[in-house]
Design a protein around this ligand. Structure first.
Ligand code: SAH
Ligand code: SF4
Ligand code: F3S
Length: 440
């Protein structure tokens, strides 16, 4: 039996797919190279923006033909579209056999067993909103399937209510994973040769808020991972600016395994827009925390997420966002035009800016972001950096690694995945560098 998983969306979904793949292999399935040869095709979907949802829907639609050719084929849909749009998926795609939400991954074996005997899709879509009931799936992939880097879930869900965001309604309430479970997973990964972990959660720096963390705060968790495991690099995504405190900044000063990088989603540089988004911080607060971080950790790379064209955003608000990009000097920005999500507060807000104007703003934002990122990368030419080799590079014989500051470096071999290498930066592009190996 073979399975094929197609994943859309964020790192949480990517990581969920890895966990699901491990469960399927335990059940005796093997990964298929192409959907055409699979006996089970699963779509792990995302609904953060309308386009993400449409993409998933169109891919699901295409499998109806495959099902005609291969009547034994089981088609499943999981992730955030399954959670949000169960009826729409089931009625638009009668060929779908099973549906489950992000909190019900552990039900997959049961659903797979039931699915072939049923006429209608079988489903498991409850959200788990109570601390005690949530089961985190532990995952240490076998040695031969471990790469240089790995994700580790430290919490699930989100207790915030940003007005543009669908995540709380599809991922449920925050639950923190017990610290000892996290440490055991990181230790196991390190034993299998993983060098770098990225701790995952919607708002990682509120880790511990919802109990279950045995009184361990987020900075304390970072310290324990550094002290008690052999892992060499630690990253996390995403912290929320409103919960960013001095103890986390101080941790960067004292914890040398913590990569000199923070992904700190800004969303908008205008305090008025931030207020309408219910982000619970102002432009001034964000800037104050960033300046504190940059003073404590010189050269720290800051990356961010931005939404352009939130309802009511004026040209002056947008200029505030551009201003913040210059002021902070983000080394990378993930930006999208605002997308109206059903059931969110912002969906009811009046929005009189045309899509054309929003798209033009996004283009101006990218133009500036490219210039700022390039200036940062140019400043690294001639410096020595330590990179972790993650895989092969763009050209034959080339290898690809990342600096602690999250910038990709391509370097000529010989090298191996998982190797820490010192390089001298010889050339810069907007979003990558070329390095030369420096002999020890
Ligand atoms: N928990 C993280 C974000 C998770 S969603 C945080 O609080 O920052 C990932 C990113 O998608 C967000 O940072 C935001 O920039 C973007 N996003 C979320 N909802 C969106 C929407 N309705 N339209 C456009 N972009 C959106
Ligand atoms: Fe969405 Fe806000 Fe929660 Fe992030 S903090 S997942 S943007 S509601
Ligand atoms: Fe998308 Fe769900 Fe992640 S909506 S961004 S896959 S939490």
């Amino acid at each position: 039996m073979q399975y094929f998983i197609k994943t859309f969306g964020c790192q949480m979904n990517e990581h969920d797919s890895v966990k699901i793949g491990a469960m399927l292999r335990q059940m005796g399935y093997q990964p298929a190279d192409r959907p055409e040869t699979a006996d089970f095709i699963l779509f792990n979907t995302c609904t953060i923006r309308d386009k993400a949802q449409m993409k998933a829907m169109s891919e699901i639609g295409k499998t109806a033909v495959l099902k005609e050719q291969h009547p034994g084929l089981v088609v499943g849909v999981c992730g955030c579209v399954a959670q949000q749009q169960k009826e729409a998926v089931a009625s638009r795609f009668p060929h779908v056999d099973l549906l489950f939400g992000p909190d019900q991954i552990s039900k997959l074996p049961e659903l797979l067993e039931k699915a072939p005997q049923r006429k209608r899709a079988v489903s498991a879509l409850d959200l788990v909103n109570t601390q005690a009931d949530y089961e985190f799936v532990s995952l240490i992939p076998p040695k031969d399937q471990s790469g240089a880097t790995a994700y580790v879930t430290i919490m699930k869900g989100c207790d915030n209510a940003c007005t543009f965001c669908i995540v709380p309604s599809v991922r449920g309430a925050e639950v923190s994973r017990p610290a000892d479970d996290i440490l055991n997973e990181v230790k196991g990964l390190a034993r299998h040769g993983v060098k770098e972990v990225t701790l995952l959660g919607q708002t990682v720096n509120s880790y511990g808020r919802g109990g279950r963390a045995d009184g361990v705060s987020f900075p304390q968790l970072l310290r324990r991972i550094a002290d008690e495991t052999a892992i060499q690099r630690i990253r996390f995504t995403s912290p929320h600016p409103k919960d960013l405190r001095e103890d986390l900044i101080q941790e960067y000063v004292e914890n040398q395994k913590l990569c000199r990088h923070m992904h700190l989603p800004l969303q908008s540089g205008s305090s008025d827009v931030l207020k309408a988004m219910k982000r619970a911080y102002s432009r001034e607060h964000y800037l104050k925390m960033v300046k504190m971080l940059q003073a404590a950790v010189p050269g720290i790379a800051i990356t961010t997420d931005i939404i352009v064209g939130f309802p009511g955003e004026t040209e002056a608000d947008f200029q505030d966002t551009l201003d913040m990009i210059r002021e902070v000097g983000f080394v990378q920005i993930y930006a999208f035009v605002y997308s109206k999500r059903p059931g969110t507060k912002a969906a009811e807000m009046p929005d009189d800016t045309s899509l054309a104007v929003k798209e033009e703003r996004l283009q101006r934002l990218f133009d500036l972001a490219n210039t700022v990122a390039r200036a940062h990368n140019d400043s690294l030419i001639g410096t020595e950096q330590e990179i972790l080799i993650e895989g092969e590079g763009e050209r034959p014989g080339q290898w690809r690694g990342r600096t602690a500051g999250y910038t990709i470096v391509n370097v000529d071999g010989p090298a191996a995945v998982g190797q820490m290498m010192r390089v001298k930066v010889s050339k810069a592009y907007n979003y990558s560098l070329i390095g030369e190996q420096v002999s020890a």
